[in-house]
Design a protein around this ligand. Structure first.
Ligand code: MCN
Length: 792
């Protein structure tokens, strides 16, 4: 029997045995008797009126079982996909929420919009039939970029959404901001683009639908980060069938990064097709299909202004953003550039007045929703770039300017002017430690060495904060969102003392099977190996809101901690009876219930066994069994933060930016598993570096074709792009989560783009360069150097 492995230890990940030995169970591994194949026909046009679809030839093609279209879905009474979770315009009027049919109806609104589902005996037969479908498109001009889509003469996606404007949203005190700008000694102004990203998890999306006419039950296996929410939304809104008749299973999922946290049309269409054909139906996306249909992320165009007094104290921040939503509202869509963006514009600073206006705009592109960090990397990028710009314009060292404006550790809890109240943090402590770890003192010598080789070297800082643990119901309610995001856990102690945890979060790479077992091992004093974590199946797990927003530990782990506490409370009652003592005299420690001050004790295993042998205790007081459930709704977000320092070297001949050094010092509260946290930070940083240096979804501005539609054209960061990173934690404890934890899953992605881009600009500052847009590709950087050199 192995030992207790608790909080702060770094056991190897339990789940890795099955992954490393090829025993993972992914949706595409699953086979069902009589399973047919589904293929989606997708629009080749960005914007077109959808005329008739002639199915006859396709239906006659070998192996074809069904061809389903938007008209069929309407005839069967299927509803719209969930749209946007609800936000409200500045004038109090709700956002425009046009329906999002699972298969296009009347119009197609982006290249990749689903037009038909073809079900056949094999994928090949379904593909052949898809090519034979005669679809009548009347092509319309497309509105592609946000700047174009808001022009008065822009093509309109929806008749009842004038100006393509879904919502004109604001947060903050505009009058106070205007007043502060009027008395500012200096105003820094920055126009920036936050580039559109495509998630590209290693496993493409996939789904298998099944229908049992005998029980009228549906089963959907899907690559989802939140199977219970898929069941809820799909049964209630789309299929309109009772929820208990639908089982949704998200087995092993090969990465999500936010892209798999929405209810997609493919999921509902495949489930519906199973009922229509009487056969299980499987769909697995091709990689290029993923480019055209996985929700994209980011895509902002922003004008920001920072007002400062003569000493460099921030007086006010004003941010005007156009946020691209794509052709339809995805599940969380408009929440990302509003509720998850503007409340973070305070950063780690004491800026007294902030105003943010976000125009949420429809365009003829893939719908945009959450991607790792979701809203918070965009906010951090605005704040940390404009702070650097102000520093260089005022001739103040960027570290010094940050220090002058940082929230001091003793000022926490700190109320920002943009709703959120940070409970704890130590930005200056993280900065101080990062300066040492990054050897900033040695930078001038390294810069001189680069210069001797004709290279430019730059140093960039990002002192960031983020809000994670989505989402306190109270906060969500105040913002007008249609739901809070609590979590649930059941701790089932078996008669042998072994434990099964049923939890509503979803593990798709984050190591929950390990870290959650550590929590139970520590709390109940049971061996780490005796704890199994079950997730991802609506028929096994009571309920769950899933995994995103770095919420699994903060919210799910808290539910687990609460349920474990309930187990201890019941165990104490049983122990009191068995040990013939008062319940208040029973002490529980390291897996043992004892009578205080005596050597009379019962082990956790003995108590577990006794719980299932009811004659041991008074049944009128205690129910048999040892299983407890808890729901946890956080009272606040948690606010991880930290300081990231990037050092780049630029070759002026080629424009190639090499990331030479990278340091992160992050405050994630109590660390459950240092190895897993380090891995999460590494992964997050690489994704942020990807945005800064390599990745960008590029559309043809006229036709709306996705030009970067494959891994040949869309550059993902690779291991050899990265230096060996140094990441450390510098923790302050969260004051309201049971274990003092804060989330860590997104911090790397939130802190890093600004650090890298500040380093790029710093390296080029001697040429008079004050901003470079992401991604800093060789081509872009070379052009910036050429035009700056000419101007100089
Ligand atoms: N942890 C810890 N101590 C802390 C904080 C976290 O030991 N103080 C551990 C947790 O117990 C968990 C892991 O670190 O095992 C991440 O925890 P958390 O911050 O709660 O984040 P989530 O588990 O909710 O994961 C979501 C987050 C998000 S939003 C994206 S996007 C993302 C990410 O995590 N997608 C990922 N990391 C990913 N990692 C992989 N491999 N694949 C993805 O798709």
């Amino acid at each position: 029997m192995s030992d207790i492995i608790g909080i702060g230890a770094s056991p190897l990940r339990k789940e890795d045995l099955r992954f490393l030995t090829g025993r993972g169970n992914y949706v595409s591994d699953i086979k069902r008797p009589g399973m047919a194949a589904g293929v989606f026909l997708r629009s080749p046009h960005a914007h077109a009126v959808l005329g008739g679809i002639d199915k006859a030839v396709a239906l006659a093609s070998p192996g074809v079982l069904a061809v389903l279209t938007g008209e069929d879905a309407a005839a069967d009474g299927l509803g719209s996909l969930p749209c946007g979770w609800g936000i409200t315009n500045a004038d109090g009027i709700p956002m425009k929420e046009p329906p999002f049919p699972l298969l296009a109806q009347g119009k197609v609104r982006f290249v990749g919009d689903m037009v038909a589902l073809i079900v056949a005996e094999t994928v090949e037969e379904a593909r052949v039939a898809a090519d034979l479908l005669a679809v009548d498109y009347q092509v319309l001009p497309a509105a592609v970029g946000v700047l174009d889509a808001v022009q008065p003469d822009a093509p309109q996606l929806y008749d009842d959404v004038p100006g393509n404007l879904c919502c004109d949203w604001e947060l903050g005190d505009k009058a106070a901001v205007d007043l502060a700008f009027a008395r500012a000694a200096h105003v820094a102004r920055l126009s920036l683009v936050n580039n559109r990203l495509i998630g590209n998890p290693m496993e493409p999306r996939a789904a298998i639908g099944e229908y049992n006419p005998g029980t009228d039950h549906y089963t959907l296996h899907t690559t989802s980060q939140f199977p219970h929410v898929v069941r809820w939304l799909m049964s209630a809104l789309v299929l309109k069938v009772p929820e208990q008749k639908v089982r949704v299973v998200a087995p092993d999922v090969g990465g999500g990064f936010g892209v798999k946290q929405f209810h997609y049309g493919e999921e509902a269409a495949i489930t519906w097709a199973a009922r229509k054909t009487g056969r299980p139906v499987k769909w697995v996306a091709e990689r290029s299909e993923g480019f055209l249909s996985d929700r994209h992320g980011r895509d902002h165009v922003t004008e920001a202004e920072l007002a400062l007094d003569e000493n460099g104290k921030f007086l006010a921040l004003k941010v005007m953003t156009l946020a691209n939503m794509g052709g339809y509202l995805s599940t969380f869509g408009p929440n990302i550039p509003t509720n998850l963006y503007a409340p973070l514009l305070g950063g780690v600073y004491t800026t007294p007045a902030i105003y943010c206006n976000v125009k949420v705009v429809f365009t003829n592109t893939v719908p945009v929703d959450a991607y790792r960090g979701a809203g918070r990397p965009e906010a951090t990028f605005v704040v940390e770039r404009i702070v650097d710009l102000a520093a260089s314009e005022m001739g103040i060292d960027p570290v010094e300017l940050r220090r002058r404006n940082m929230i001091p550790k003793e000022a926490y809890p700190y109320q920002t002017p943009v709703l959120v109240q940070y409970d704890s943090g130590d930005p200056a402590g993280c900065l101080d430690e990062a300066l040492v770890v990054a050897d900033v003192a040695g930078f001038p010598a390294r810069k001189a060495a680069s210069a001797r080789e004709g290279k430019f070297r730059g140093l960039g800082y990002s002192t960031y904060v983020e809000a994670c643990g989505l989402a306190p119901s109270r906060f969500a309610g105040r913002l007008g969102a249609r739901g809070g995001l609590y979590e649930s856990a059941t701790v089932r102690v078996h008669p042998t003392g072994n434990v099964t945890v049923l939890i509503g979060t979803h593990n798709h790479g984050q190591g929950h099977e390990t870290t959650f077992a550590q929590i139970v091992s520590e709390k109940l004093g049971v061996p780490f190996e005796s704890v199994d974590i079950v997730f991802g199946d609506t028929d096994r797990v009571q309920f769950g809101m899933g995994t995103y927003g770095s919420r699994s530990l903060v919210v799910g782990g808290a539910a687990l901690s609460k349920a474990s506490d309930k187990v201890i409370v019941k165990g104490r009652k049983i122990a009191a009876h068995l040990l013939e003592a008062g319940e208040q005299d029973i002490v529980f420690e390291a897996g043992s219930f004892s009578v205080a001050g005596t050597d009379r004790r019962k082990s956790f295993v003995e108590i577990a066994g006794a719980a299932y042998v009811p004659h041991n205790y008074p049944l009128e007081v205690l129910e048999p069994g040892l299983e407890e459930q808890a729901y946890y709704d956080p009272v606040n977000f948690t606010y991880p933060g930290g300081c990231h320092i990037a050092e780049v070297e630029i070759d002026p001949e080629t424009g190639v930016v090499t990331l030479a050094r990278y340091t992160g010092v992050d405050d994630v509260g109590t660390v459950i598993n240092p190895m897993i946290v380090e891995g999460q930070l590494h992964g997050g940083i690489v994704q942020g570096v990807g945005q800064a240096l390599f990745e960008s979804a590029v559309y043809d501005e006229v036709s709306g074709q996705l030009l970067s539609g494959s891994l040949m054209d869309y550059c993902m960061p690779r291991a050899d792009h990265m230096p060996s990173m140094t990441v450390k934690t510098h923790s302050t404890l969260c004051t309201h989560t049971p274990m003092g934890v804060k989330g860590c899953g997104e911090v790397g992605t939130i802190g890093s783009p600004a650090a890298v881009m500040n380093a790029v600009v710093n390296a080029l500052s001697h040429l008079g360069v004050s901003h470079v847009d992401m991604p800093a590709t060789p081509n872009r950087v070379w052009r910036v150097i050429q035009s700056a050199s000419l101007a100089h």
